[in-house]
Write a protein that binds this ligand. Structure first.
Ligand code: ADP
Ligand code: ZN
Length: 625
């Protein structure tokens, strides 16, 4: 079969997306490739189609290296549903299942074999690969989540380092490495660590136009989150990221208390509970997963409608990867983050206190600053995000700053007052103080500490009474973002001046800050005034008329049963978009059904008649109500 025929008959898709065709052609013909594509861009087909094409050409099996044991079952299940021979080898299999799979593998009967890196690099597995190679049945290595090899990525897995053995021992076998992490540092590291210097590099646009970015100032984070979900995402599947396990638990409880179906996920939970929660998130509709960053890699649920950050991530790569889990199906989705001064201080402290070398810490600080810059930005968030990944773009019309230009004020003078207070306090007392005290001095508050330390006599005492505490915190965040203030984690988070402070003190660095954010309700009413924005927000489901909605509901009920019988997530059977298209066009023959995106020949054969029956039942009951 040609690769187009595989796309259409196996996967049921009409056309390749973006660079998929180039990548697939290159890999089918035996080239090495490094693929950088955003989450949801369609990386899987880039190795699955070559695997099928090369197997059909008698070249044997493709070994897929994936760090995600917990998801292998569903990944392989999805391929089975499409009629592709696939299997996995991991610790969840019994001895008997393992040896059976190994036997099939050695015969070259499997098209895609999934295994974790620690398995792939065992002597036993490598010997099996030797046998396969001697039989001419080792076709391709696909290294998924390739950024795991780099300590600059956010999911560093030391086991990935050992994968160089593939290149050294099986130099003739082509390799394709894939990742959604694209900053220059990580990319260079992947190339070096996996020895992909000769591989062709495929970089897609990292834009995810259907995701709307919003970053708000933290006031009462959990109330803000509740409001966000209630106003915009009741009943939707979503992910909420928190920094600590405790906060995960608290937040999940709060959401549940407020009628939102939420589950916790963090590394401290028993692995069975974790797996059960993940399964429920994947298999049921409308669950909100409250999680630490331990959750999400490889989660390919297509209909996640929002990703919320209750705490700030470490860097833009992490933020982008996590937010990228929203809206894989291409429908409108939200990336919402709430952040405050404490986030900045915490992140700085974690870096300062880590045992790493200074040069490495400096790299981490630079990455944190870039994220702060994004959070404090008053211009298009997407332009900033994309430019971080080396892509130029125009204001997007689908982020908070584009939808509503923030009012800005000139904080240049305020910044000078703040820095000079830090300086004077230090000069007077011989050591520094934290943000709260510095702001009290600026605002002229006579606290016990002010009295004890005699700071009421400073010339800057009370010179900032015209600004609120929140405004002062915003000034301070901005100064942290441009590194004009340092937080000394070793000394109770005291503030200190830096190299960059001088230019600000001189008034040579203009600072423009957003005034303050509108409430969610105001934002919403402004939103609908933006052409296109309201339409972009509307999901397919709402576009359906009443009878079609009834068909969709019936189809979903049918899908739920099938998915349960097969012990797979519902989207593996059919995506929502596919069901919506069926509901809308109400096909009455297999021919009519066949043209719908997402229905390959295997699924048509397996489910076609059942789907037609659901549709015709609905049509009949609509005629005879
Ligand atoms: P990634 O691994 O890059 O995050 P996936 O491979 O999971 O993305 O693909 C994202 C979604 O897009 C999946 O639901 C997949 O079925 C779908 N998809 C991929 N390629 C195409 C295509 N050419 N046409 C239609 N849908 C596609
Ligand atoms: Zn924008």
């Amino acid at each position: 079969m040609s690769i187009h025929a595989i796309l259409q008959t196996v996967f049921g898709y009409q056309a390749f997306r973006g660079p998929q065709l180039d990548i697939i052609q290159h890999v089918v013909s035996g080239g090495d490739a490094l693929v950088l594509m955003p989450t949801g861009g369609g990386k899987s087909l880039c190795y699955q189609i070559p695997a099928i094409a090369r197997q059909q050409a008698g070249q044997g099996i493709t070994v897929v290296i994936s760090p995600l044991i917990a998801l292998m079952h569903d990944q392989v299940g999805a391929l089975h549903e499409a009629g592709v021979s696939a299997a996995f080898l991991n610790s969840t299999l019994s001895m008997q299942e393992t040896s059976q799979t190994e036997r099939r593998m050695l015969q070259g009967e499997i098209t895609l074999l999934y295994a974790a890196p620690e398995r792939v690099t065992t002597p036993r597995f490598l010997e099996q690969l030797d046998i396969l190679q001697s039989r001419g049945l080792l076709s391709l290595f696909a290294i998924d989540e390739a950024h795991c090899v780099s300590q600059w990525g956010h999911d560093f897995r030391p086991e990935y380092r050992a994968l160089t053995v593939l290149h050294e021992r099986f130099g003739q076998v082509p390799r394709i490495a894939l990742t959604a992490t694209a900053d220059a540092l990580t990319r260079a590291d992947i190339i070096e660590r996996l020895q992909l210097q000769e591989a062709r590099l495929f970089i897609s646009s990292f834009d995810r136009p259907n995701i709307r970015y919003t970053i708000v100032e933290k006031r009462e984070a959990s109330q803000q989150l509740l409001r966000f979900i209630r106003d915009e995402h009741m009943g939707d599947a979503g992910v909420v990221y928190c920094q600590s396990r405790k906060k995960v638990e608290e937040t999940a409880e709060l959401l549940c208390d407020n009628g939102i179906a939420a589950l916790p996920y963090h590394a401290g939970l028993d692995s069975r509970v974790r797996q059960a929660n993940q399964d429920q998130f994947l298999r049921s509709e409308g669950i909100v997963m409250v999680a630490t960053i331990a959750f999400g890699m490889g989660i390919d649920k297509p209909d996640v409608r929002f990703v919320a950050h209750l705490d700030m991530p470490k860097n833009i790569e992490g933020y982008y990867q996590e937010t990228g889990r929203a809206g894989r199906d291409g429908e409108a989705a939200d990336a919402w983050m709430c952040y405050g001064l404490q986030d900045v201080v915490n992140q700085r402290r974690m870096i300062d206190e880590s045992p790493a070398e200074e040069a490495f810490k400096q790299g981490l600080r630079g990455k944190l600053e870039a994220l702060l810059g994004l959070a404090e930005a008053t211009d298009c968030r997407r332009v900033r995000l994309l430019s971080y990944f080396g892509e130029a773009s125009q204001p997007c019309g689908n982020c908070d700053n584009c939808l509503q230009t923030p009012d800005v004020w000139d904080a240049t003078d305020a910044a000078r007052k703040l820095l000079s207070t830090i300086y004077r306090v230090q000069a007077m007392s011989g050591f520094g103080f934290g943000a709260g005290h510095i702001i009290d001095i600026l605002r002229g508050k006579v606290t016990d500490k002010v009295t004890q330390r005699g700071h009421g006599s400073l010339s800057t005492f009370g010179i900032g009474a015209d600004l609120s505490e929140a405004q002062w915190r915003a000034v301070l965040r901005q100064l942290l973002a441009i590194d004009a203030v340092a937080v000394d984690a070793q000394a109770f988070n005291t503030l200190a001046l830096t190299e960059a402070s001088r230019a600000v003190l001189k008034g040579a660095v203009p600072l423009r800050l957003r005034v303050s954010q509108l409430s969610a309700a105001q934002r919403k009413s402004r939103r609908s005034a933006v052409p296109g924005a309201a339409a972009a927000k509307k999901s397919v489901h709402l576009a359906l008329d009443m009878p079609a909605q009834a068909r969709l509901a019936a189809l979903k009920a049918w899908r739920f049963e099938v998915a349960r019988e097969h012990n797979l997530p519902a989207f593996v059977i059919f995506h929502d978009a596919t069901l919506s298209a069926i509901a809308e066009s109400a096909p009455q023959s297999l021919d009519a059904l066949q043209g719908i995106s997402g229905i390959g020949s295997r699924k048509l054969q397996a489910y076609g008649e059942a789907v037609l029956a659901v549709v015709s039942d609905c049509l009949a009951s609509a005629d005879n109500p």
